[in-house]
Design a protein around this ligand. Sequence first.
Ligand SMILES: [Zn+2]
Ligand SMILES: [Zn+2]
Length: 155
Amino acid sequence: MLDKKNLKGSCGCGKVEYIISSNPIFTQACHCKDCKKSTGSSFVVHTSVFEEDLEIKGKISSTELPTGSGKGYRAFFCVNCGVFIYCKYNIAPGRVTIRTMTLDKPITPQAHIFVKDKDPWIDITNKEICFDTMYDREKMWPEESLKKLDNMIIK
Ligand SMILES: [Zn+2]
Ligand SMILES: [Zn+2]
């Protein structure tokens, strides 16, 4: 179980704050080309949570962007500093993806995906959680997260 007080975050200027009220589903680093472009950095760290568990305070705006799947996603950012806090993938209803490093105490990734596109100067020590592209959710996600997702689909 994660300590709830750790699950607070904010944008760069502090005008937008958020709280995650339940254990996150999963945290992963993505080294794909799209994530590099959208962060302007070598990889992104994403924490996926159920939409009902995310409480946002402050003014946010959003924009629709393309994804590799062609379904697209909506990115949400602070209207003042422009920091991209979370997004909603159209292929994953009911879930949102937080930019993990906007948390006050960021979570360590449980997997690294699209390692085939990883920058050569990055050396990930835990090879067991590295995947060339994607992993099998059933094998990687905690039991609690899989159960919650099942319940959501049945609803
Ligand atoms: Zn801000
Ligand atoms: Zn990516």
